[in-house]
Design a protein around this ligand. Structure first.
Ligand code: SAM
Length: 264
């Protein structure tokens, strides 16, 4: 009861009401990707960070584990408000460049305000599969963005193409297992696979077991951490998420699982 009272405290609920209302209505189905993301996120933009802090778990851990060293060129694909740049802490000024890429104008406006305080951070409006970098990239990461990419194969293929050989790809995101995952992986029960896939699909978030399969096929030595995190306003309920960190092989072509029309 205490947990419930805390989770439903009136100030939070009032402040979150626009976010919750937009999420209840779901991701619009009409318009192009940019228009749909804008319609979905613009009403949530001012409250996005506070609400997602209670939903998008593991972002600190992902960024803490990324080998983003002095002089590194780093790209976040699907950056939202750019809040993740603050998770680099003291490492941020030493990066050669951190590029934040997104397609939603309302969230990019907030990312630009954040980036203005850092000479080595740039913000780019682009579709993730189409973004190109002028220089080879040391580290690319997706933070709760891969599940929102309509063409996730193109997004992954582009991430791999951006990376220099030996560069690092990091992903943190929601997921559910397949019905028959590899023995080393968690297997989620059928009811849970059904529930979360439908729950998230309403907001345009696609929990496709193919994401993890493609990541592991491309980078078999990658680190995989399978976790669960709390969900705002649902006391006691946790949703599965994973952290994956892999290195682009020093010599390889784009693996078949990542190929798409945009990857050529
Ligand atoms: C759930 S948000 C995550 C934002 C941020 N990475 C974070 O951790 O808070 C997903 C982001 O992906 C962006 N996005 C979705 N599809 C995209 C695409 N095709 N190209 C660029 N950005 C996209 C959305 O605009 C949104 O900002």
């Amino acid at each position: 009861m205490r947990a419930f009272t805390f989770a439903m405290s009136p100030p939070d609920l009032l402040a979150d009401s626009r976010v919750l209302w937009r999420m209840l209505r779901g991701l619009p189905r009409s318009g192009n990707a940019r228009e749909r993301l804008q319609a979905f996120y613009a009403p949530q933009a001012t409250r996005y960070d506070a609400f997602r802090a209670r939903l998008l778990h593991g972002r600190e851990e992902l960024i803490g584990r990324l080998p983003a060293y002095s002089g590194s060129v780093v790209v976040e694909l699907g950056c939202g408000t750019g809040e993740n740049l603050e998770r680099f802490g003291e490492r941020l000024p030493a990066l050669s460049r951190l590029t934040l890429v997104d397609l939603c104008p309302a969230l990019l406006e907030r990312a630009r305000a954040r980036a203005a305080r850092h000479a080595n951070v740039e913000v780019v409006e682009a579709e993730v599969g189409a973004y190109r970098s002028a220089q080879p990239v040391d580290c690319v990461y997706f933070s709760y963005a891969l599940t929102m990419m309509e063409d996730w194969r193109a997004a992954l293929a582009n991430a791999l193409r951006l990376l220099r050989p030996g560069g690092t790809l990091g992903v943190v995101d929601f997921y559910v297992s397949s019905a028959t995952p590899p023995a080393r992986h968690v297997r989620h029960p059928a009811w849970e696979r059904w529930l979360w896939r439908r729950w998230f699909a309403h907001d345009g978030v696609s929990l496709d077991p193919g994401h993890l399969e493609a990541l592991e096929a491309a980078m078999p030595q990658g680190l995989l951490l399978e976790r669960r995190g709390s969900v705002p306003y649902l006391p006691g309920v946790t949703a599965p998420y994973y952290i994956f960190i892999g290195r682009k092989p020093a010599t390889s072509t784009t693996p078949p699982a990542w190929r798409s029309d945009c990857a050529s």
